[in-house]
Design a protein around this ligand. Structure first.
Ligand code: 2P0
Length: 332
């Protein structure tokens, strides 16, 4: 029996990952940059066990269906193949999110699973090697190996595509993010499907590719200069551009709901009233607002006039992946 356990925090991209050049290896079309946050994380324990006849996946103590287990099993297959191991595994995962608001993240989930597997099998990986492994589970997971700012360098092949930490002299500790939770009741298009459709069909995708590396460079310069206005402006513009590509896809789609638009307009209004803040969105209708920590209370009060308390969650910069002591589960 081989056991390991890890905790990984989710990250939000300031410069987005949007499109794959290799869907099997999960190699991205562009490099991306994120901030790891402290408010949402996943703890995952893995146990490779001689007594099992199939993989088992428990999420928040609920046994998952074979369909729900597919992504986890595919990742375990990769680890088994790399390590020449034939044991099935039981995976126990807990998502720690302040509310049940659909914020479960594949970034924290697959990063934690990668860390748990590495610990179970005593792989002694460097953070970059662990990032490469996590990438194979879910692209954005490779950034959750690191705390603070991380850059996923797209690389050219499996061995050169991984995230690295961006040293920011602790500037990330002066930043915060307000999550505005919006439930539009629409059926989701997964980020995996959405980016695939965009790459294959969007007439706007070439504009994304032509400019995203310059956005990344500008973001890194803003971080080095600790320039909040610059990082905010580039974050907001890059996110809007990513979402613009979905409107040019065939068939076209958007992750925005009326409430998303309302939140985005409020961010502009807050700025006009002298409160510096900038929004970004991912493959769903929630809006995330980047703000300096000194202004998070004022921003929350501003938004509380328009959204309920339950819809507003504050996050600060979070740490990188942590390995935890594994405990034998009574249930296994
Ligand atoms: C990001 N997203 O950079 C972008 C922005 C969503 C929008 O990374 O297919 O779950 O597993 O590699 O990592 C979400 O995509 O996709 C994502 P896969 P993933 O955060």
């Amino acid at each position: 029996m081989y056991m390991g356990k890890a905790r990984a925090y989710t990250n939000i991209a300031l410069i987005k990952y949007w499109g794959k050049k290799d869907e099997t290896l999960i190699l991205p079309m562009n490099s991306s940059l994120s901030l790891t946050l402290d408010a949402f994380y996943t703890e995952t324990q893995v146990c490779f066990d001689e007594g099992l006849t199939e993989d088992q996946f428990f999420l928040d103590d609920k046994c998952q269906s074979p369909k729900q287990t597919a992504k986890v099993s595919a990742f375990l297959d990769l680890v088994r193949q790399q390590q020449q191991l034939s044991l099935f595994a039981r995976v126990d995962s807990h998502n720690f999110v302040p509310t049940a608001a659909g914020l479960a993240s594949s970034a924290s989930g697959l990063a934690a699973l990668a860390g748990a597997c590495a610990q179970a099998l005593s792989l002694n990986y460097t953070p970059e090697e662990l990032s490469r492994l996590a990438r194979r589970g879910s692209g954005s997971a490779c950034r959750s190996i690191f705390g603070g700012f991380a850059e996923w360098q797209k690389g050219t092949d499996d061995s050169s595509s991984y995230a690295v930490n961006i040293a920011a002299d602790d500037w990330e500790k002066e930043l915060a993010m307000l999550f505005v939770l919006v439930d539009d009741g629409m059926k989701d298009i997964s980020s995996r499907d959405g980016m695939k459709r965009t790459v294959e069909t969007s007439s706007f995708y070439s504009g994304w590719l032509a400019t995203v590396e310059a956005d990344l460079l500008a973001a890194k310069q803003a971080i080095a200069a600790k320039d909040f206005t610059k990082i905010g402006e580039i974050t907001e513009a890059n996110g809007l551009k990513m979402h613009g590509t979905t409107l040019g896809a065939q068939p076209p789609f958007t992750y925005w709901s009326p409430e998303s638009l309302k939140a985005m307009q409020l961010v502009r209004l807050a700025r006009e009233q002298g409160l510096p803040c900038y929004f970004t969105m991912d493959a769903g209708p929630n809006v995330k607002v980047l703000v300096e920590k000194k202004n998070i209370a004022a921003l929350t009060t501003f938004f509380a006039a328009h959204f309920s308390k339950e819809q507003l969650i504050t996050a600060n910069a979070g740490p990188g992946i942590t390995l935890l002591p594994a405990e034998r589960s009574d249930k296994s």
